[in-house]
Design a protein around this ligand. Structure first.
Ligand SMILES: [Zn+2]
Length: 229
C-alpha cells in the first residue's frame, strides 16, 4: 500500500500551490505489530520533507516581497544568488536566495540569519545540560531528522556559546541593577556530595549550592568544594 503526502499552500482561502512531499510504503496486511503505522525513519523523512518544502516556499515568497525596492518602490533586478544553510530541529534547510539591486538605491542587503534556529539551540543546550555531549548527540539523531549540527563537538561548542551569552546578559542585568543598592539580602546555603561515576575510585565531590534573594529577585549559584585529602 502506498501513501502519498501532499502539501497545499493556501493564501486568502485559496489553494495557490500543491505539491507531493513524499510517498510512504506500508504493508496492506497486519501480520505483526510492527506493520502498523509509521516507523521512525518514515517519521524523520516526513518531518524533514515538510520542513524543507515549507521553508522553500517561505524563501520564495520572501524573494517576491523583496523584488520591489523599499526605498523608491521600483522593481529591482537580480544581481546574484546566495546560498542559505540553516540547521533546524527537523533537518537542514537549504535555499538559494536572490540578491536584488535597484538602479537608484543600489544593492539591497539580504537579512542576516543565524546558522541554526533558536529552538534548535535551546534543545541542544537543554539536552547537553542533562546528558554527556555524545549521548545528547545520539538522542537527537535517533529521534529527529536533524542531520547537521548534531555532532558531540558541535553540541559542546554551541552549548558553550549559549552559556556565554547567558552570562553576558546576566552580567548586564547585574550592572543595571547596581543603581539601587540592596538594603537586605537573604542568603541560603547548603552542601552535599556527588559520588564519583567510576566505581573503582572511591571519591566524592563536595558541592556547595546557594540562593541569594533580594526583593523579587532570586539567584542561584553552585560551587565545588575542595575537600581535605
Ligand atoms: Zn530603489
Amino acid at each position: 500500500m502506498t501513501w502519498v503526502l501532499k502539501l497545499e499552500e493556501v493564501c486568502d482561502g485559496k489553494i495557490i500551490r500543491r505539491q507531493n512531499v513524499m510517498t510512504i510504503e506500508q504493508p496492506s496486511s497486519i501480520d505483526t505489530v510492527d506493520d502498523i503505522g509509521l516507523r521512525s525513519h518514515d517519521a524523520k523523512r516526513l518531518l524533514s520533507a515538510i520542513q524543507q518544502a515549507v521553508a522553500t516556499s517561505q524563501f520564495k515568497r520572501d524573494a517576491q516581497h523583496r523584488s520591489t525596492c523599499r526605498g523608491c518602490g521600483k522593481p529591482q533586478t537580480i544581481k546574484d544568488y546566495r546560498s542559505r544553510n540553516i540547521n533546524t530541529l527537523y533537518g537542514r534547510i537549504t535555499a538559494r536566495c536572490p540578491r536584488f539591486t535597484c538602479s537608484l538605491c543600489g544593492l539591497a542587503a539580504l537579512p542576516m540569519l543565524e546558522r541554526s534556529t533558536t529552538e534548535f539551540d535551546e534543545i541542544r543546550a537543554k539536552l547537553a545540560a542533562y546528558l554527556p555531549f555524545r549521548v545528547a548527540s545520539n538522542v537527537l539523531t535517533t529521534l529527529l531528522p536533524a542531520d547537521s549540527g548534531v555532532t558531540h563537538t558541535t553540541i559542546r561548542n554551541r552549548t558553550a556559546q549559549v552559556a556565554a551569552e547567558l552570562e553576558r546578559k546576566d552580567a548586564l542585568s547585574c550592572v543595571s541593577s547596581n543603581s539601587s543598592k540592596a538594603t537586605e539580602l537573604i542568603l541560603g546555603l547548603d552542601t552535599g556530595f556527588v559520588r564519583s561515576t567510576t566505581p573503582a575510585i572511591a571519591r566524592h565531590h563536595g558541592v556547595l549550592v546557594g540562593c541569594v534573594e533580594h526583593q523579587e529577585t532570586r539567584r542561584y549559584f553552585t560551587a565545588r568544594r575542595k575537600l581535605p585529602p
